[in-house]
Design a protein around this ligand. Sequence first.
Ligand code: CTP
Ligand code: CA
Length: 222
Amino acid sequence: MSASLTGRRVLVTAGPTFEDLDPVRFLGNRSSGKMGFAIAAAAQRAGADVVLVAGPVHLPTPAGVRRVDVRSAAQMHAAVFDALPADIYIGAAAVADFTPAQIAPSKIKKRPGEDGLDLHLVRTRDILADVAVANPRPQLVVGFAAETDDVDANARGKLAAKRVDLVAANRVGLKGSGFESDDNTLLVHDAAGHVQLGPASKAEIADRLVALVAARLSQESR
Ligand code: CTP
Ligand code: CA
């Protein structure tokens, strides 16, 4: 029998962030938001009270889920901390690591003779790492690791570095998994090891991830 999340507050982030360069341009990434939206829907089906903080995506809001739309990494950070406290945090968003140091107030124009443009970017705040040390801290903090190489080693590294309970690692850039696809395979790491979910549809993977999280939470609460 799968554990239920009745009465639990679950906070999920999903999608990319867009970092504006000027009034008409931005830096983004290929995240579709599908995995995070599927997780929000699965948590809602499991009985949780779900808040979904979504970057710019064109996806319908899952039934019964409260959705907060944001654009940039800074806005996502603020929306997440507005929505806390939560029992479970699942950071599925592909948050920009860097953002332009300044947003140009007018469209950046090319000038005759200029053969390039240097962009100065600064680091964004790490939402996941900040949630993992928030007070009160969610009982379970789940991160994602989107990797093109060394998926396992990188996921284990993130587990320790960010003090999170679980890291769901995702190989991106391959056909049939990752950002834009409807199917996925996740390797879910904790301090003890990992389990593989899928390959399966993102809806199926989301149900299994939520079941895993619910089981862990009920174990810890015992
Ligand atoms: N994350 C975050 N805030 C950021 C950057 C990342 O909350 N500013 C979260 C993501 O939502 C994800 C996890 O951190 O849950 C890992 O993201 P990923 O991009 O795979 O790793 P990073 O830690 O950013 O490291 P790198 O991109 O250098 O591999
Ligand atoms: Ca990153």
